[in-house]
Design a protein around this ligand. Structure first.
Ligand code: NAD
Length: 369
């Protein structure tokens, strides 16, 4: 799909800095690969609170529902620490995810060859690593009711959260997992705690049933604690890990550390396919990094790689997604690094220098094709 409407939400902190570099990359694809992007840019999070008095304005949400894809920078920062909870920057992002029903969160953990030595694991364990963690994002224990902290009649205090899943919520997540595995290496690990949790038993039963519709995909069930252990013992055994909201939160952070820096990690959150269209939000995993905001030090590659996911999943442009990922590898191979991934003895480049290096790499790869 070459004609696409994109909503860009730079957000707060380093968000606007990394999105500026992304815009240059998008312009490159327009000039060199025939894309015709209609770009809308708006505020989200703290920037939106300052401008509209709310972290997600109604017009922004209406636009988000119309476009083919949304690409975000990051939200949050100490400036808004004392704002009421429902008006905090993060509330804008949560509302956006909820309103668009973005239930499938895709977090790839790919070890880019030039960064294998930056992993916390031995190089041979992570070199060539390519895992996708698929986390259910809109249900489970973060949303279940009842929840709260209460005092019983006898004076004892207690806190409770509720893990609850409807069959349909598990089914649609697993369908997404099997479909993604079909485009990758054909393997799904369905992860839960069926040994101690009713939702785990339910999850496993549904995974087995859904899996029958995908005979070409290999399905394995795994307990979440074992999965955490296997991720740091032998991560290359995985292709797609499909799991619930809580386990996905933890396992995806664990997998992230296998690959080096936060500044390299992209993500996508997808909704259901409705009338041929799927709501989609692409964003780097990192936050707004207030400690380096405005200093030109931020690594824009996580945002650029999030756009590569947008090319792949929203715009059906696998060739261009591959090209962009190759350009990232080329830049890293040439030892061009921002401060978060700089090897010792290498002078780090600025955010905009990294953006420029990426455009040079895209040019050279484009000419050699
Ligand atoms: P963070 O990800 O912003 O920063 C953690 C550390 O990583 C910092 O030292 C930072 O400088 C570094 N870092 C992060 N991204 C980087 C990049 N692209 N290049 C170079 N270095 C990078 O996490 P935090 O400090 O816990 O949170 C800061 C703010 O971001 C908070 O307000 C938090 O709520 C918010 N946050 C937002 C999102 C989001 O927008 N999706 C996610 C996480 C945190």
């Amino acid at each position: 799909m070459k004609d696409a409407s994109i909503l860009l939400l730079p957000g707060d902190g380093i968000g606007p800095e990394v999105v500026t570099e992304l815009r240059k990359v998008m312009d490159w694809f327009s000039s060199n690969r025939g894309f015709n992007f209609t770009i809308h840019e708006d505020d989200l999070g703290g920037a939106a609170y300052d401008r509209y008095g709310t972290p997600l304005a109604e017009e922004t949400l209406a636009r988000a529902k119309q476009v083919d894809a949304i690409v975000m920078g990051s939200v949050g920062g100490p400036k808004w620490d004392n704002v009421e909870r429902h008006l905090r920057p993060e509330a804008g992002l949560l509302t956006l995810r909820k309103e668009l029903d973005l239930f499938a969160n895709l977090r790839p953990a790919t070890c880019r060859p030039a960064l294998a030595s930056a992993s916390s694991l031995r190089e041979e364990l992570v070199s060539g690593l390519d895992i996708l963690i698929l986390r259910e994002l809109t249900a489970g224990v973060y949303f279940g009711e009842p929840r709260g902290i209460e005092t019983l009649a006898d004076g004892r205090r207690r806190a409770l959260d509720t893990q609850v899943y409807f069959e349909s919520e598990i089914e649609r997540l697993l369908h997404a997992g099997f479909e993604l595995a079909g485009k990758r290496n054909g393997k799904v690990h369905s992860v839960e705690k069926a040994n101690v949790m009713e939702t785990g038993v339910f999850w496993r039963e549904i995974a087995t049933r859904v899996g029958k519709a995908y005979p070409e995909i290999q399905l394995e069930h795994m307990y979440a604690d074992n999965c955490a252990m296997q991720l740091v013992r032998a991560p290359k055994q995985f292709d797609v890990i499909a799991t619930d909201n809580l386990f996905g939160d933890i396992l995806s952070d664990c997998a992230a550390m296998l690959t080096g820096s936060l500044g390299m990690l992209p993500s996508a959150s997808l909704g259901a396919l409705i009338d041929g269209k799927r709501a989609a939000l692409y964003e780097p995993v990192h936050g707004s990094a207030p400690d380096i905001a405005g200093e030109g030090k931020a690594n824009p590659l996580a945002t650029v790689l999030s756009f590569a996911m947008c090319l792949r999943y929203s715009l059906d442009s696998n060739e261009e997604a591959d090209l962009l990922e190759k350009a990232v590898d080329q830049v890293l191979d040439n030892n061009i690094r921002t401060i978060d991934i700089a090897a010792s003895g290498v002078d780090p480049v600025s955010t905009s220098e990294m953006g420029q290096a990426l455009l040079t790499a895209l040019d050279s790869l484009n000419h050699s094709q």
